[in-house]
Design a protein around this ligand. Structure first.
Ligand code: CDP
Length: 306
């Protein structure tokens, strides 16, 4: 009966997002001689402050006849969120995409949003240094992602399909300075939260674990040495048909972007407090993805993962 009562409380929680602990205790008391404890706690810290916690646990110990029974159930308000942050060229995009596919989660490339907005501001010749002009402009901006095939997600900004255009060297060189503007960040962080607040999402960027979704169940800081990142970016650009590109120049460009992203005033690129750092040098995409997947499966209680 004890497990059944807990499972019943879980069913009600899934429908109402609420636990009526008093009622549960009353129901259990009908059968048990004594309840040692029956509590609703944070599943990771076991503390009772749970208002902002997504994964919680109903746990109890009761005396029933000669027997002491202990049992628990895990509860989850929304699906988990995985935050993957790190510098340019660390392999974030590819890993995040693959991970989202394996978990059947939404894939959110926040960098693509900063890139799309940068492209649009330039295309529309907006003076983004003028706060009023920028704020008025942002009121009518809408960015969406459209999945067209298993491996392709189109990026659309106000009816312009910009998926390829936002990967140009012109955008590479300007995106960080546009991403440092307060109004731009506020606008995009808000959009990102709208997409991800129900969970079931793997989001990648610079400030996901620290700012956009600080309550993510898992935070990864993915990085690699500067040489490795420049080497990967060179291959990527050449594959896109950009011709032979100087390794030295690319390395300098990435270094500059790292510097700008890490030193801006608002939400700089940092390793979030409880993020796990992974250095991807020497590992391929599949290996890194599987590593993150195994950390995820260790973090999320088994009964809550499909
Ligand atoms: O793909 P890559 O690592 O080169 O960069 P990205 O993820 O496409 O992001 C492009 C730029 O957008 C970054 O260099 C940051 O300046 C900015 N960004 C940001 O400020 N915050 C985010 N959450 C994501 C990107």
């Amino acid at each position: 009966f004890f497990s059944e009562e807990l499972l019943n409380a879980k069913r009600i929680f899934n429908e109402t997002n609420n636990i009526n602990l008093k009622k549960l205790i009353k129901n259990v008391e009908k059968h048990a001689i004594k309840i040692e404890y029956l509590e609703h706690v944070n599943a990771f810290t076991l503390q009772s402050s749970i208002s902002k916690t997504n994964i919680t646990m109903l746990a109890g110990a009761i005396i029933c006849g000669d027997t002491r029974l202990i049992d628990h159930v895990f509860l989850m308000k929304r699906q988990p969120i995985i935050a993957i942050d790190g510098p340019a060229g660390s392999g974030k995009s590819t890993v995040t995409k693959l991970l989202a596919k394996k978990l059947n989660f939404i894939y959110l490339d926040t960098g693509a949003m900063y890139r799309a907005l940068s492209w649009y501001l330039i295309n529309e010749k907006i003076n983004f240094e003028n706060v009023q002009e920028l704020s008025a402009f942002l009121k009518n901006v809408s960015i969406t992602f459209k999945t067209v095939s298993k491996s392709l997600q189109e990026v659309i900004i106000n009816n312009h399909v910009v998926t390829d255009k936002i990967r140009s060297q012109e955008i590479n060189s300007i995106v960080s300075s546009i991403a440092s503007i307060k109004q731009v960040r506020e606008f995009l962080v808000n959009e990102q939260r709208k997409i991800g607040n129900k969970g079931g999402i793997v989001a990648e960027g610079r400030d996901i674990g620290s700012k956009v979704f600080p309550n993510s169940e898992l935070k990864i800081f993915l990085t690699a040495t500067i040489d490795e990142r420049a080497r990967r970016r060179k291959l990527e650009l050449e594959k896109q048909g950009c011709g032979e590109i100087s390794f030295k120049e690319l390395k300098e460009q990435i270094k500059k972007r790292d510097f700008d992203d890490s030193n801006r005033k608002i939400s700089p690129l940092i390793k979030a407090e409880n993020a796990i750092e992974i250095v991807s040098d020497g590992y391929d995409i599949e290996q890194i993805t599987n590593k993150i997947l195994s950390i995820y499966l260790e973090t999320i209680p088994k009964e809550l993962t499909p």
